[in-house]
Design a protein around this ligand. Structure first.
Ligand SMILES: *Cc1c(COP(=O)(O)O)cnc(C)c1O
Length: 352
């Protein structure tokens, strides 16, 4: 038995991609696979998304784009984040599309690569507040990013109006402004293409989507009980006696810790032992965590950390983590975790 196993189901990715394509009704689906597809595995997720009809891949960095290009020689690949002027020739040789987000990057990209022009809608990170009047080369795309898409439809609608106004400056460019949440909640914003990562991986992170798609989570993370112990009332658990049990308690040790991506802020969250809930207690150490068990279980009983009956979102809510903080931080190290891909049609592509 492995310490833990992460399973990626590519049928789920294909299913979600097809659901999204149907929903956006004529707009293109662009699969966002930055951060190793939020820890899921960029190459297999990208392959499944393209197979199901996604028309482009989006990444954050030049390095991610170059790595994907090796595996997908003909795919359309957009690098959403900034690419320094010194890296433009490499982007050009690899046929990557880049994003101009200020005067300097516009100057570096014009005439060198196909580029998208980014409009700042309120995140106030990258992007032009106004698209410059005279552009030396026309962009292939005009790119906006909402700041409140998963929480506030009114703010998003105002930002959409600002975006559409700016789009008039580049009438031939492909307009893309939606992430998953916006595509689900604001049909008018879908425009020519939507960029989806979360929904593609089967997670709807919004409070109030107007389109409820039957999405299927693509990732599960399973470990097992490596040790079971009867503790008397008053016994301590974890470094520095982090937790003291107030009554006789059965505890289980799960051989997964922060070195695997199970961050220590998750002390107190619930995991499933067999199919019964158990609370993480004490301290999470590098290679192990402890749970309080409702009763004795045999050693080797499966422990679901993420999966059926235990969506990733329940940990995020518990620990107030950013949407993909947990999955993006999962270890890919084959010395620590076994990774398995289900329903791979592409041969045997490794995950990392
Ligand atoms: C990550 C990212 C997305 C995908 O967002 P999801 O909410 O995961 O669909 C879309 N657009 C940009 C610019 C991004 O950085």
């Amino acid at each position: 038995m492995h310490r833990s196993e992460i399973t990626l189901d590519l049928d789920a990715v294909r299913h979600n991609a097809r659901q999204l394509i149907k929903m956006v009704d004529g707009a293109e689906l662009w699969a966002v696979v930055k951060g190793n597809a939020y820890g899921h595995g960029a190459v297999p997720v990208a392959g499944a998304a393209l197979e199901a009809g996604a028309r482009a891949l989006c990444v954050a960095t030049l390095g991610e784009g170059l790595a994907l290009r090796e595996r997908f020689p003909r795919a359309r690949i957009v690098v959403l984040g900034p690419v320094g002027p010194g890296s433009v020739p490499a982007a050009s040789r690899a046929g990557l599309e880049c994003v101009a987000h200020d005067d300097a990057s516009l100057e570096a990209l014009s005439g060198a690569v196909e580029y998208h022009i980014k409009v700042n809608l309120g995140l106030n990170r990258y992007g032009f507040d106004r698209i410059p009047d005279r552009l030396r080369e026309q962009p292939v795309g005009v790119f906006g990013q909402f700041s409140h898409a998963h929480v506030d439809l009114e703010v998003t609608a105002l930002q959409l109006a600002r975006f559409l106004e700016q789009c008039e400056a580049v009438p031939r460019a492909t307009r893309h402004v939606c992430n998953s949440s916006a595509a689900l909640s604001l049909p008018a914003a879908r425009l020519d293409a939507v960029r989806s990562g979360s929904a593609l991986l089967g997670v709807s992170l919004m409070t109030n989507p107007s389109s409820r798609l039957p999405l299927r989570p693509a990732l599960s993370w399973i470990s097992c009980l490596a040790q079971v112990r009867n503790l008397p009332a008053g016994a301590a658990v974890g470094y520095e006696g982090a937790h003291r049990v107030t009554r006789p308690t059965v505890t289980g040790v799960v051989p997964v810790g922060y070195g695997d991506g199970f961050v220590s802020r998750l002390v107190g969250t619930t995991v499933l032992v067999g199919d019964e809930p158990a609370t993480v207690i004490g301290s999470v150490s590098m290679d192990a965590l402890t749970v309080a068990l409702p009763r004795r279980f045999p050693i080797g009983t499966p422990v679901t950390l993420i999966g059926d009956g235990l969506p990733m979102e329940s940990h995020l809510r518990f620990a107030s983590m950013a949407n993909w903080e947990l999955c993006t931080g999962l270890s890919n190290d084959p010395l620590r975790v076994h990774r398995r891909i289900l329903n791979d049609h592409s041969g045997s592509l490794p995950v990392s």
